[in-house]
Unconditional design. Structure first.
Length: 315
């Protein structure tokens, strides 16, 4: 049995990059150091020949991965609370609560979604990132898909790369927006603050579509659909057009209270300490059965209370 056995063709996104750089784009669930290690061990072939990490790749080049099965995560299982929306032999659909970190990282070595998944399903240790194929920020809520088999994981990663997984969000933003639009602005790591992302020429392609669902006196409720899935993409893009998410501690700017708002709304805004963002629907084709699937998660109580207060104030 192999943990990865796949062939891919380099396209425009990887054209002209080093082999390890290109593969880190095509396989975002693996670190670049892990990919470099696989190349050194001969598990990755470029045009049917052994390659080096620094070798350049070009559009049309063929890459073959044949990586032996090894445990892919060494995180310890822990009992972590999250709701399962659906589960079968190949998939788990979860509703992630606010405050839950998806992957262990500096400052969050335990108590993550990965730890909780390993507690509930120890076999996920054999899959990259315990089967997680995409992520939500710590304080973003909503639906996520997790693979339970290698076949499903490979297919879902491919579907993400081909943009065939539909991810829909609802968000509350500052300011009044006349109409929805598409934001096509590349995103890269912030040049000074490495914990932040920013719109930057030469960054990775990032496309966000949104429509306005409701308008209040100084805020809007919007529906958002991702075409790409860059880190903090919705938060960065909405801040870029000067309509940051309400409550966003990183991209939202200082707290502002519109003049004349009700005491109830002021209290709700002051106590809303996370970005007002919820992944409410996830739609895709089942990687094994080929059936159309769509899963939803109700807007959580804190965001619902915020929306209700905005609606009442607008009246």
């Amino acid at each position: 049995m192999k943990i990865i056995q796949q062939q891919l063709c380099i396209d425009e996104e990887g054209h002209g990059l080093r082999l390890d750089q290109a593969l880190s784009i095509y396989f975002p669930d693996f670190s670049r150091s892990k990919i470099q290690d696989w190349i050194k061990q001969g598990f990755i072939l470029l045009n049917q020949s052994a390659a080096r990490s620094k070798d350049k790749v070009y559009k049309g080049d063929q890459v073959k991965l044949d990586v032996p099965e090894t445990p892919q995560t060494f995180d310890r299982p822990e009992k972590v609370a999250f709701d399962r929306v659906y589960q079968d032999e190949h998939l788990i659909i979860i509703n992630k609560p606010a405050g839950l970190v998806v992957h262990p990282a500096a400052g969050h070595a335990s108590g993550t979604l990965v730890n909780g998944l390993l507690y509930q399903d120890p076999a996920l240790e054999q899959l990259p990132r315990a089967g997680i194929v995409h992520r939500l920020d710590k304080d973003t809520t909503g639906v996520m898909v997790v693979a339970r088999s290698l076949q499903a994981h490979t297919a879902l990663v491919d579907a993400l790369q081909k943009r065939s997984i539909k991810r829909e969000y609802v968000a509350v933003v500052k300011g009044l927006i006349t109409a929805g639009r598409s934001i096509d602005a590349p995103i890269a790591r912030h040049p000074i603050d490495r914990k932040r992302m920013a719109v930057k020429a030469g960054g990775r392609e990032a496309v966000t579509h949104f429509t306005v669902r409701e308008k209040y006196r100084a805020h809007c409720l919007i529906d958002v659909q991702l075409e790409t899935g860059r880190t903090h993409q919705i938060r960065v893009h909405m801040a870029h057009i000067h309509h940051p998410l309400l409550g966003d501690p990183v991209y939202g700017g200082r707290l502002t209270l519109p003049a004349g708002i009700s005491a109830q709304l002021e209290q709700v805004i002051r106590h809303f300490k996370r970005q007002a963002l919820h992944a409410w629907r996830l739609s895709f084709i089942h990687p094994i059965t080929g059936k159309d699937l769509s899963f939803t998660a109700e807007i959580p109580s804190d965001l619902r209370s915020l929306i209700t207060a905005l609606q009442q104030d607008a009246k």
